[in-house]
Design a protein around this ligand. Structure first.
Ligand SMILES: [Zn+2]
Length: 583
């Protein structure tokens, strides 16, 4: 189900103006439908005359007060009203906060052509696979040599930048009013892993030719200094891993592919096998490998059957969940819910990603539980095993110095970081009146004057950006639930319990029937099945005598109690399907 809802935050005093369907003017209009008041939901629009182009289509993870909401996507009201003017969608890189809303939005805005790098295309195709409502996308792959014309007004080029995933591009949009540069997420890395370094030479050239407006990543604008190179991080990790004697268990983001490559290389060097855990981790590694952004020998990966035989000092386990996410690999391990991995003395658990604000408590709980179970914890606070993917203050200043933009618009962060970035812009000499700290939906206009100069201003016009929330149960496709069920069944199987009760008294008639598929082989587990049968009989017998035939209640109780009982006995969580027949 997709719902819209007004955010609680108090906005600046901005008047909402109904925008006419067609704006035939020589104004260059720039706005962001998301990503100016939060980290995530990134989506920018550039308009001129009869043409609109879109940059990125990301999702935002929900706030704590939005139970049951999977994520939030940008509001497309404005685009739907202007659907005939949309010329194309450009994606800067493959992270969810830049691609996550694609399957929900593309069908609503007429499925315009899309342009993105190779790795990004692989991730986008994977992302839309499970969404039946998403039309077949028309994706063109681009690289730093591409030059595309979109509509009458735009010519677009691509500039290689670095980040924590390969194939990231800043976007250069040549318009009749001047050139706009949108950095996407970036850092400057002179020695990236499996990727080309950011093209500083070309950035300087662009600056020489004149940049009208720079829209730049503000995620790390409050951090002084330079961002570290991915390869230097790799070296630090290598030093750390060498000293560890037991098993190494690493929690990281499945999207940090550069990091994953480094970890694979180190594992290979140390003669350790890698046991890969988590669905997103396996998917991403597979995609990146097919495309050639991850390089490793397939014998490096260990499978379920092998890991009990591999000595501790020859094993490295790589999984998701370093943010304390409840269903991810690390949390399942500490909760004793994981099929094949449990912690023991001598294990070292490494958190290889920085703490996302808001996750502090769940990460602390996770660390407590790990240490309780005898393992050691290494976090980047204790030893820097993490390089962020975003430019810090000195990198941001370098970008501004090289591009020398006339106007500047900080993007991709909360308002606080945007302000910090605006201050940096002032420090490098961009006049305050040429810096636009906008809110979501607020329109920037750049207009040519009669002398051929350009005047830019932050207007008070604001297009609709109210939250659009998606919960996986009701986006209209059941595929998510079906997949969730399939995952449970594929891991631990299912057990069907058929109880027959007297519709008047609620008494059990005969013995409950039990059918197991993919859980245990019944003939070899007679005792367990017998105990389960007794358990079911007891549940039926103990039911509330005031509601003898409340089958829903009995079913729920069977599902919960038998589920717990089976977990206690087998450490597995099969799907329990109770069937209560009244006679
Ligand atoms: Zn990113």
């Amino acid at each position: 189900m997709i719902r819209t809802y007004k955010p609680k935050t108090i906005k600046q005093n901005i008047t909402k103006i109904e925008v006419p369907n067609k704006i035939n003017s020589n104004r260059l209009r720039v706005m962001a439908l998301g990503g100016l008041e939060e980290v995530g939901r990134n989506m920018s629009l550039i308009e001129y005359g009869d043409d609109i182009i879109i940059i990125d289509m990301g999702l935002q993870f929900p706030e704590e007060d939005m139970p049951g909401i999977d994520y939030i996507i940008p509001n497309t009201d404005y685009l739907k009203k202007n659907i005939d003017r949309i010329r194309g969608v450009i994606i800067t890189h493959g992270h969810m906060d830049h691609i996550g809303a694609i399957p929900h939005i593309m069908g609503e805005i007429g499925n315009p052509p899309m342009f993105m790098g190779k790795m990004t295309a692989g991730l986008v195709r994977k992302r839309v696979e499970e969404h039946r409502k998403c039309p077949k996308l028309n994706i063109a792959q681009i690289d730093e040599t591409s030059n595309i014309k979109l509509g009458q007004s735009f010519r677009v080029e691509f500039l290689r930048v670095n980040h924590s995933i390969p194939d990231c591009f800043a976007i250069i949009i040549h318009t009749p009013v001047g050139s706009v540069v949108h950095t996407g997420d970036f850092k400057i890395d002179y020695s990236p892993v499996n990727d080309k370094p950011a093209d500083l030479n070309r950035i300087a050239q662009l600056g020489g030719n004149g940049v009208l407006l720079l829209m730049s990543d503000s995620t790390d604008a409050t951090h002084p200094g330079y961002q570290k190179s991915e390869s230097s991080i790799g070296d630090e990790m290598g030093q750390l891993f060498k000293k560890i004697e037991g098993r190494i268990i690493i929690g990281t983001f499945a999207s940090q592919l550069s990091r994953i490559q480094k970890i694979f290389d180190i594992a290979e060097g140390l003669g350790r096998k890698v046991y890969l855990q988590g669905r997103s981790m396996n998917d991403n590694v597979e995609i990146a490998r097919q495309i050639g952004y991850l390089k490793f020998n397939s014998s490096l990966l260990a499978n379920d059957n092998e890991i009990s035989k591999i000595p501790d000092n020859k094993l490295m386990i790589l999984g998701t969940g370093a943010q304390g996410e409840s269903n991810a690999f690390l949390m399942r391990v500490v909760n004793g819910d994981h099929r094949t991995v449990s912690l023991k003395d001598g294990d070292t658990v490494i958190f290889s990603s920085s703490v996302i604000p808001g996750n502090e408590r769940s990460i602390q709980t996770l660390k407590d539980m790990i240490v309780r179970q005898g393992a050691k914890v290494v976090h980047y606070e204790m030893m820097d095993v993490h390089a962020g993917g975003h430019a810090k203050q000195e990198d941001l200043k370098l970008m501004m110095r090289l591009l020398k933009p006339r106007y500047f618009m900080p993007i991709e962060a909360n308002h606080y970081m945007l302000r910090a970035h605006a201050e940096l812009a002032e420090q490098v000499g961009i006049p305050k009146e040429n810096i636009f700290v906008a809110d979501n939906g607020q329109v920037i206009e750049l207009v040519k004057d009669s002398q051929g100069g350009v005047n830019g201003k932050l207007t008070s016009e604001k297009v609709l950006t109210d939250y659009v929330m998606v919960d996986g149960l009701g986006v209209g496709d059941v595929s998510n639930i079906v997949l969730r069920d399939r995952r449970v069944m594929s891991e631990d199987g299912m057990i069907v319990i058929i109880a027959t009760i007297d519709s008047k008294t609620g008494e059990q008639i005969g013995n409950p029937d039990i059918i197991s598929r993919g859980f245990v082989y019944m003939k070899e587990n007679r005792e367990l099945i017998q105990k389960t049968r007794m358990k079911v009989k007891k549940i039926v017998k103990d039911h509330d005598s005031r509601t003898p035939a409340d089958t829903d209640n009995i079913k729920n109780k069977i599902r919960n109690d038998v589920g717990q009982f089976l977990f206690k006995e087998t450490k597995r969580r099969p799907m329990v399907l109770p069937v209560v027949i009244k006679v």
